[in-house]
Design a protein. Sequence first.
Lengths: 447, 174
Amino acid sequence: MSSEVSERVAEPMLVEDWERLTFRVNREAYRSPEIFARERVDVWLRTWLYLGHETEIPDVNDFKVRTIAGRPLIFCRDTEGQVRAWLNSCPHRGTVLCRETEGSQRRFQCFYHAWTFNNDGTVAAIPDDGAYEDIESLQKNMMLRSVPRLEIHEGYVFISFNPDVPPLLEHLGDAADYMTMIEQQHASGVTTLPGVQLYSVRGNWKLAVENAMDGYHFSPTHNTFVGYLRESGFAVTDDDQYAYNLGNGHSLLVLTGHGGRISMVWEPRFGEDEKVRTEEHRAEMVERLGEERAHYIADESHILFVFPNLLLFDIEGLSIRQLEPVAPGHTDVRAWQLVPREEHPDSRSLRMKTVVSFVGPGGLATPDDIEAYEAVQRGIEATRGAGDLDYSDMSRGMRDEVKGEQGRSIDEGAMRGFWRYWEEAVGGGLQVTGDRPAGFLEGRNVR
Amino acid sequence: MTQADVRGQVEVAGRTITRGDVEDFLYAEADILDAWDYDGWFALFEEGARYEVPTTDYRGWSLHTGGSFVDDDYDLIKARVKRLKSRKAHAENPHSRTHRMISNVRLFPGEEDGTLRIRASFVAHRARDGQFDTYVGWYEHVVVPTDDGLKYRLRRTILGHEALPVGARLSFIL
């Protein structure tokens, strides 16, 4: 669609005003097919993307099929144990090579002409290959197409379609340690489980990012869930909850007093037996990690956004959420439970029940978040082409930011950081009025 | 197919339960849910009952050992009902219009004494926000005959989808 369709597309994309202390985002960012196409190239095909967790394919020959940035992929562990990401497309004519969603296979065979590939990418068989001039170079040229880059941090497997992307740890920056903190929660490490929530929302992917970094919505949007928590004996507070920009588009909410944390912060709804196990586990953590590190890992809830498609919810329990934009107003969401490898069966079942009661399209809270993204996506049609009215406001907390005070989770500073980084990548213009603070508050030392 | 299924009736704790009894129970529940009578719905559960909706990749594991969409014990069913009756359950305020069709009803003796296992198919349609969403799947319930009619011990909804389609969140009872 060309811009002449909408009469008056407002410019620029972001408007930052340090005299009036306002920050506004152009709503075309949520709905424009042109911007969506630019994002594909300038974000999704350029940076690191979360593919999956190593524990989803624990054994050699395990595979999952997954679409990332619109590209169908095979995420597998080859016969030698190496984690691979292949384009799920036969090099011969482009047919989808693996039409199962998951399984265990040493080879992938294309049904169309029976070309067969080993899971390390090499050609296993091309039927009647005597018809080709040079079989050796044919086999070399027809290896499975690999995603150009793949790196793993603490079991989180990232890929990039950009061969020149900087190393993963450079991209993750300060976000990397919060992933390590999750791994360190339990001496046995953590693993994903089967039972993946696959669902779709009628909303732009960036609305899902904003929602996760937005503590301001929690009380009004999740009124009924907060009520349930109160009834079960837990006080919910917005005090002492902060938002951090971690750089490179990543952001973090640090929440305390937000809810219990299974095996780390006990609350009455978890029951008396769990109290004893929690105390034992905390003692073990202090011994293994030291008092201060154990405190940061155990006592705080973290919601971590790793730009652009990974959300880690380290709250009552652990879950991984992956965002896959399909169209400007359509996002696929995938969510995995992450659990300690070794855990008392009662704690495990409490964990499963508790996490699902909040998170996911059947929980007591996430449906209201989905309602919010979808209601924004529909509501912004009202201002389409309406120039200056076609902006969303994210100014909350700028008043404290200019004073050098750390932004609260119920402010909108994490969103502003996300949008500035997004605009650098995608463009569209950032208009700044007045004097910006010398530096935006970023990160903190938890090591 | 078991012998019990061929006859279309099962003996449970001295009572004879027919397919007609089970169909009446399921149809009545469908009316209750479509009419948004959540107190009436909660009354269909015995104390300690569970409500489960496994994820679409479900291969039969216990929901205590894997992820799910809904893993409610009795307290959570109660909390869910309270939520859905509240005007602050934004995802269902205003309510979705729902319409349910239930068929292929079969009944089997339950694994536990005094219980009955039900298997049935459903199609549910949901209209809201100018959209029309379809849900299909199977019920795999465990019910207990009581003097007050059949009661759920386990209400389990198995989705027939590969993933929850766009817009099709489980904000109401499926």
